[in-house]
Write a protein that binds this ligand. Structure first.
Ligand code: 3PG
Length: 397
């Protein structure tokens, strides 16, 4: 970004790929963290006189426009935060986009409609993606440039993330650079003890990262829905809790070989159904009653997780410890988050859900060294996988 600013952007069209994939309740944004994180790069370009064209996705529409995936609420929020009008194009690269882009004055910002409304964005066919990349390039014209700033999506080989960077002069945005810098501290030489807290619902999603992290960490604390697959692997009955039967064997092997590092819940909050007004109880992890489901870690587990975090010098947390959106099952996530916020460790929160939990539970954001905007992207980075949206910038030098 600094290179581009040094070149001068006044009067030029700059396409910025941001990750504005925010959680919505109808048309209401329930957590605008990603919009706020996207602001500094957009603002700097606008202040330098660029005509800023922001491209972003929302959810996973199937390659055609769908009202519920429109970026309209996001355009409104972006405008509010910028203190300037942000016009939303009615399409991705069609007549609507051309009209909005050509109407931009220096320093103005426009947002293209959800890039995933165009089937070429996520196409497996490189030729199709390339076609869309050229359409993006045509939008910003001869002296246009591309800034990759959507860290949360750099793990996707998609037209507005990867292919366009091969067609236009491409630069890394401030957010992408900042995220890589922080996550690099975790993979480089983290200060020990290094404690990782993982949660969320599925073991299958996190298995690769668990396997990649285990050799590097001192403790791996497992909460959330995925803990039940580990409890089952210890031979406990988990009632109606979330269980991925296909992964019990893998979990058992991990416990066998890395059992000194892996910490699983010793107690859980159970409910008779998946509802905020369900009957609840707190039971030992080996005493989950038949027909009941675990929806949060229990207080003794919170205590043991908090103790591990308190002694750590580096902490990475991804995934809520329970169904924090429902008040009776929020204490575990709150306790873990509070312990991390209270610790003096270098602490990184990764993942949309955990970041949203921090904000929704009203925890001080400055208690964490870094709240990553990347969910899958931060996990893939920690797994040591190549991120196509980052690698392509290196290719361009
Ligand atoms: C995310 O929410 O992690 C990013 O915005 C990427 O979204 P995706 O998983 O639908 O590609």
């Amino acid at each position: 970004l600094e290179d581009l600013l040094a070149e001068g952007v006044a009067g030029r069209h700059v396409l910025v790929r941001s990750d504005l994939n925010v959680p919505l309740d109808g048309a209401r944004i329930t957590d605008d963290g990603r919009v706020r994180a996207a602001l500094p790069t957009i603002r700097r370009l606008a202040e330098a006189g660029a005509k800023v064209v922001v491209a972003a996705h929302l959810g996973r529409p199937k390659g055609a426009p769908e009202e519920k995936y429109s970026l309209r609420p996001v355009a409104a929020r972006l405008g509010e935060l910028l203190g300037a009008d942000v016009r939303l194009a009615s399409d991705v690269v069609g007549e609507g986009a051309k009209a909005v882009v050509s109407s931009l004055a220096d320093g103005q910002v426009a947002l293209l409609e959800n890039v995933r409304f165009d089937p070429r964005e996520t196409s497996k066919d490189a030729g199709e993606r390339d076609e869309l990349a050229h359409a993006f390039a045509a939008l910003v014209g001869e002296d246009g440039a591309f800034v990759s700033d959507g860290f949360g999506v750099v793990h996707r080989k998609q037209a507005s993330v990867y292919d366009v960077a091969r067609v236009l002069p491409a630069y890394a945005g401030g957010l992408v650079l900042a995220e890589l810098d922080v996550l690099g501290r975790l993979t480089g030489n983290p200060e020990r003890p290094y404690v990782v807290v993982l949660g969320g619902s599925k073991v299958s999603d996190k298995l690769a990262v668990i396997e990649a992290l285990l050799p590097k960490v001192d403790k791996l604390l497992i909460g959330g829905g995925m803990a039940f697959t580990f409890l089952a692997a210890q031979g406990h009955s988990v009632g109606s809790s979330l269980l991925e039967q296909d992964f019990v064997e893998t979990a058992r092997k991990l416990l066998e070989t890395e059992g000194d590092k892996i910490v699983v819940p010793v107690d859980v909050v159970v409910a008779d159904r998946f509802a905020a007004d369900a009957a609840t109880d707190t039971v030992a992890a080996d005493a989950i009653p038949e027909g009941w489901m675990g929806l949060d870690i229990g207080p003794r587990t919170v205590e043991s997780f908090a103790a591990a975090v308190a002694g750590a010098k580096t902490v990475f947390w991804n995934g809520p410890a329970g169904v924090f959106e429902m008040a009776p099952f929020a204490a575990g996530t709150r306790g873990v988050a509070q312990a991390i916020a209270d610790s003096a460790a270098f602490s990184v929160v990764g993942g949309g859900d955990s970041a949203a939990a921090v904000r929704q539970l009203g925890l001080p954001e400055d208690g964490f060294s870094h709240i990553s905007t990347g969910g899958g992207a931060s996990l893939e980075y920690l797994e040591g996988k190549e991120l196509p949206g980052v690698a392509v910038l290196g290719e361009e030098g």
